[in-house]
Design a protein around this ligand. Structure first.
Ligand code: 9WN
Length: 467
């Protein structure tokens, strides 16, 4: 065990770190929501919000419950859909593409007077709600019950939207329409699908002008002492490329031009993927909804939710590839598996779908092909080293992120690999203790990358410390 962790375990640095984590969440609060960081990401993101309220619920459960309720109430569309960004107003100065790009009010389902994106993100809200409930119950069981009663119907209608509109062929697996919906924006897997999309030079040039993310990141590094050219080069190294972005915008327009109407989109969109990570997360959130339905004795809902789960489990099992020992996403548009070595391959552990032998093998792969940092602790990279796109600093192409690390830790726990899960937990907490709450980290040097004082890093550290 490393020195930092030993200190953390003794409770010396732990209390400091937890206090600091709480401060990060406060720092990033705006209009009653918690932004991913202090302003670069201007809005409330879906899966960030889920993870954030889980961590916050250990500190201030009532606040966390209200925050989650407000997010869902404000962001949800009339057809149950929950978007990946809730903007605070029409003029959000987002680092990327703001409300005007989405123009969501073309859809009759969009909420009036609210500005959101038109795509979703990994549906963590079901299990996040259950965690918030558990922590609130310790303080006030009546309030906890009221929270559950209020959050259940909108979440059920979100899941119904996903199971029906995103899986009309009833395969059990729901589809995503955009790399941003996966939450793992530039995962190497997506390049195999995005090749379907031809973008012109003009379209790429137009994107370059709109890339506030590179501009803001460059300015931040200049403030930290780098020269313009170096800062700009580093910013480009850490983020998706211009041609990725041109394709993101192509897909965004594809959805917008069809008024976000799934019946016009599903069979035509060139990015239609049965994503392992998205489906594993949905599976666990549906299990949580089932638990709530049982609690409130909702007989019809119980049958419905059990049906979704059974089909989805069968679907997830079909994504297993015996030869490599990994789970692969399925590209529905091109009818083929996407054989890339990414963190999504481990997500069925979290769903509890991977069996003992698969889990054992997955851990072996992580040790052999994952990244062992210099202090010999084991970090979970977003893309495995053996994938041809592996990079130590480019966004989801190798760097270590908290949400994916958390999913893998909880996944090994679910399959009974507690020692292995503990090693991963200790490694990541050690890294955070040493470096602080970064957006992501270089898996070899541990260097913090992207934005600082990042909300989900702080929130999930709180969760990992507590359970
Ligand atoms: C696009 C907020 C979000 C995360 C995503 C992460 C990144 C946005 C971007 O930041 O995505 O949605 O422009 O980089 O990839 O997982 O939710 O933290």
């Amino acid at each position: 065990m490393s020195e930092t962790l030993a200190l953390l375990k003794e409770g010396v640095d732990a209390s400091k770190l937890l206090q600091k984590a709480g401060e990060v969440l406060k720092l990033n609060e705006k209009d009653g929501f918690i932004m991913p960081d202090n302003g670069y990401y201007d809005g409330a993101w879906l899966w960030d919000t889920g993870f954030i309220v889980m961590g916050e619920s250990y500190l201030e459960p009532e606040k966390a419950a209200n925050r989650l309720l407000n997010f869902v109430k404000k962001a949800q569309w009339k057809n149950g859909f929950i978007p990946h960004i809730l903007y605070f107003n029409e003029k959000a100065i987002s680092h990327s593409f703001g409300p005007e790009y989405w123009d969501i009010h073309r859809s009759p389902d969009a909420p009036a007077n609210t500005f959101t994106s038109g795509i979703t993100q990994p549906p963590v809200l079901g299990f996040a709600a259950l965690k918030v409930y558990e922590n609130l119950r310790k303080r006030d069981s009546e309030k906890a019950k009221d929270f559950l009663r209020e959050i259940y119907p909108p979440l059920l209608s979100y899941h119904r939207y996903l199971y029906h509109k995103r899986d009309p062929e009833e395969s059990g697996l729901v589809s995503i329409y955009h790399p941003w919906e996966s939450g793992l924006d530039n995962l190497p897997a997506w390049e195999d699908v995005l090749v379907n999309i031809d973008v012109t030079k003009n379209q790429t040039n137009e994107v370059i002008k709109g890339r506030k993310d590179i501009k803001i990141l460059t300015e931040k590094m200049i403030v930290e002492g780098l020269e313009y050219r170096e800062a700009y080069a580093r910013a480009c190294e850490m983020r998706p490329t211009n041609s990725d972005y041109a394709r993101y915008i192509y897909l965004l327009r594809f959805l917008r031009d069809r008024n976000y109407d799934d019946s016009q989109i599903y069979n035509e969109i060139p990015f239609n993927v049965k994503d392992t990570l998205f489906n594993s997360i949905l599976y666990v959130s549906t299990e949580s909804l089932l638990e709530i339905a049982v609690y409130f004795k909702k007989e019809e809902d119980i049958k419905e939710l059990e049906k979704y789960l059974k089909k989805q489990k069968d679907g997830l099992e079909k994504l297993y590839d015996k030869e490599s020992g990994l789970y692969f996403d399925f590209d529905l548009y091109n009818q083929k598996y996407i054989r890339r070595r990414t963190i999504s391959a481990f997500a069925p552990l979290f769903a509890g779908v991977a069996n003992y032998y698969q889990a054992k093998n997955l851990f072996k792969i992580l040790v052999n092909e994952g990244v062992v940092a210099k202090n010999s602790l084991l970090l979970v990279p977003s893309t495995l080293r053996s994938d041809k796109k592996f990079s130590t600093c480019n966004y989801w192409q190798g760097p270590v992120w908290l949400p994916t690390t958390w999913l893998v830790i909880r996944g090994f726990e679910k399959t009974g690999f507690f020692k292995e899960a503990d090693l991963l937990k200790e490694s990541i907490l050690d890294l955070i203790g040493e470096k602080g709450f970064f957006e992501y980290y270089n898996p070899e040097t541990g260097e913090g990358l992207g934005m600082r004082e990042f909300s989900w890093t702080a929130a999930l550290a709180i969760d990992l410390f507590n359970s």
